[in-house]
Write a protein that binds this ligand. Structure first.
Ligand SMILES: [Fe+2]
Length: 179
């Protein structure tokens, strides 16, 4: 069961040759760059794997619109839970959109630097967090990792950057599956 879930996830990513919304890289390149940034930073395997699969929700829908489906983090985390990946990873993936809402509320430079596509989706995602939402988000035990993933997410848009391929992460994903 575990092997086939890993196969399914890797196959989904391998087929992600479409452009990453409004950015100069494909969905697959974006996922691989994000995971590579996490690994280079010394992140634990759960977070590296979360970086690899954080946008899987974009790959599940029938007809993605120009800026991606609303709630792709919800779709993606539900899919990853069904695949058997641990709740910690699922929660980090679900948190990558709230982390953007958090950063736009607390870091004006981050807000300014968002791409046009990301600014547009922010509106649909609820805009910057309120003060109460910020406080609640900071209290989450996975807060730091969710914010970290978001920063790698923003950076993982470099055309032609050479990074390890999907197979590099197969064993890591398998280790995270229940046995
Ligand atoms: Fe992303």
């Amino acid at each position: 069961m575990s092997t086939s879930a890993v196969d399914r996830i890797l196959k989904l990513l391998a087929q992600a040759q479409g452009a990453y919304f409004g950015e100069p890289v494909t969905q697959l390149e974006h996922a691989l760059q994000c995971a590579h940034l996490a690994q280079q930073a010394g992140a634990r395997p759960t977070l590296v794997a979360a970086a690899l699969v954080h946008d899987v929700g974009h790959l599940l829908g029938e007809s993605p619109d120009e800026f991606g489906e609303a709630g792709h983090e919800v779709l993606g985390s539900a899919y990853l839970r069904a695949c058997g990946l641990p709740e910690t990873l699922v929660h980090i993936v679900a948190g990558h959109v709230p982390a953007k809402r958090y950063l736009t509320a607390t870091d004006p430079a981050y807000h300014q630097a968002l791409s046009a596509a990301s600014q547009e989706t922010l509106r649909r995602q609820g805009g910057p967090m309120s003060e109460a939402e910020v406080a609640a988000f900071r209290a989450d035990p996975l807060f730091a990792e969710m914010v970290q993933l978001r920063l790698w997410d923003e950076a993982a848009k470099i055309p032609g950057l050479p990074v390890p391929g999907l197979e590099h992460y197969r064993e890591m994903l398998s280790q995270l599956m229940p046995r």
